[in-house]
Design a protein around this ligand. Sequence first.
Ligand SMILES: Cc1cc2nc3c(=O)[nH]c(=O)nc-3n(C[C@H](O)[C@H](O)[C@H](O)COP(=O)(O)OP(=O)(O)OC[C@H]3O[C@@H](n4cnc5c(N)ncnc54)[C@H](O)[C@@H]3O)c2cc1C
Length: 637
Amino acid sequence: MTLDAKIPSGPIEQAWAKACFDMKLVNPANKRKHSLIVVGSGLAGGSAAASLGELGYNVKCFCFQDSPRRAHSIAAQGGINAAKNYPNDGESVYRLFYDTVKGGDFRAREANVYRLAEVSGKIIDQCVAQGVPFAREYGGSLSNRSFGGAQVSRTFYARGQTGQQLLLGAYQALERQVQAGSVTMIPRHEMLDLIVIDGRARGIVARDLVNGKLSVHIADAVILATGGYGNAYYLSTNAKGSNATAIWRAYKRGALFANPCFTQIHPTCIPVSGDYQSKLTLMSESLRNDGRIWVPKKKGDPRPPNQIPEEERDYYLERRYPSFGNLVPRDVASRNAKALCDEGYGVGKTGLGVYLDFSEAINRLGEKTVRERYGNLFDMYQRITDEDPYKVPMRIYPAIHYTMGGLWVDYELQSTIPGLFVLGEANFSDHGANRLGASALMQGLSDGYFVIPYTVGNYLATNKFPKVEESNAEVQSSVAVVKQKIDKLLSIKGKRTVDSFHRELGKILWDYCGMARTAQGLETAIGKIRALREEYWKNVTVAGTGDDLNESLEKAGRVADYFELAELICIDARDRNESCGGHFREEYQTPDGEAQRDDEHYSYVAAWGYKGPDAPPELTKEPLEFHYVHPSQRSYK
Ligand SMILES: Cc1cc2nc3c(=O)[nH]c(=O)nc-3n(C[C@H](O)[C@H](O)[C@H](O)COP(=O)(O)OP(=O)(O)OC[C@H]3O[C@@H](n4cnc5c(N)ncnc54)[C@H](O)[C@@H]3O)c2cc1C
């Protein structure tokens, strides 16, 4: 297979405008004749469904929560980037584009990233018009702060609740369309298969999570905006419900999965405190605007942090990266924290922690200002750790947070299955091997508000959609596959809970395919995953029935998919014999421990295709070309 990314020809600055002009339009009167399915109503799906409803299409929007307001996007804390240059500090569309390509360690597609930077300003205008309460300066203009990998302040925020406020904006827009009758919202339904007819995505099979009923939904195109797969690692900062099932089942129907091993490990999370834990909590990157990261200079120093004098502290990021200091990108900050903890400088009971200290900021700005900026994050930290971060430094450690990999999409956000579009964290585009902070919200809303309304129209205007009956053989085969899987999971009646398998799987991934990876370790991981998966299908226990609300069954299906995805993550990581961004192969590092890329051999998107349960996945490469931001060793020094 060859992959056509459909990148418009000509100068990058005009690519999106040219593409929009070249794309075919659907006559306004014909839009209501087209039906669309949007799976997911987080920021990407909610904004897409609202925009497509507003255009006049007939939209069905699905989510597994009881309300779109509960999508994982609500958890986003720190902010959303946009090239507005309000602080007049050197920001531009080109700089945002440049920083994002460099931040992703030159493993993203330039044209997509440029478009993202280009539409970023419109997102802020749209959200302000919806009433999103962004922080403001005294004079009324919108306020900005900085995130990692940037030397300008381009991040718009609403205290530490930016995702929640943006989601409320998208939700209002969505509900307006629900009220107008153009969008039908179908909550508490989980998509369990994609229906592909004559090579095109034509619908989904969904399970009603309350009564277990399976239903078939047919449409002219399907849009997946189902979020990331970080929960494959069990412990992550993601909402517990976030999962990979929709994209994984689309992969098994023929959509290629790109760069699965590009997972992001966020440097500032509350450290793991025990085996009972099922979730990790993020302390937003925005805290690194004012918090300073350090460890004691003496290994295993037993003194409490406030008794360690200034000259005995190692502010290692400021020391090693004087230009960016505490605001180096996430992959760099995470690796440094791990390296110091591995050498014995870590703090806290487990030694797996470093300090994030606000004492200097509190002295400089006053507690009131710090409280205004980060109050809800400090409260959250105190509730979880029972320590007061206004008085003692936070203890933080890296944790799985975001997945840059996802279903492969072209410039139009269409997967390798015609009619299947993928938005937000669920696709692989834009962030390369490392996402810069505050860029996920930007991408999700760019995809949903500004890209998909054009590209799906082009698809609809240039294709024919013969009527599909529920009796169609492909439809019935998808339903049968879903039923079979549910029946099988319920029939095993083994001895181990789904969670115990998931926890063990997550530990394998974290140990062998987490912050550091080696060819040998990945080989071991693949063997362990296969053995555990085999045991899963013989020994898992799923209580209850399929005809009722059954969370154990929901989880069992998702964990079954994680087992397969975990193997692909490791295969991809083993195949990529270089380090780039969050993918750190210990064999490939510079003398001072930074990621060592191999542009000659690995400057491509690795897109994997499903070849059957017992066959290895097939790799197709999309070569990456850099005409504007030329690959160089990333330096934040
Ligand atoms: C703690 C935390 C803080 C963050 N802070 C920031 C930040 O400050 N700035 C930033 O840019 N990014 C941040 N991120 C990342 C960002 O929040 C996410 O990448 C983004 O919100 C994902 O949005 P999405 O719409 O793609 O997916 P989600 O918000 O995860 O939405 C997924 C949707 O799909 C639905 N769904 C999933 N599977 C199915 C299925 N099988 N059937 C039916 N429905 C399904 C869900 O119900 C949901 O509606 C943060 C992430 C975390 C974990």
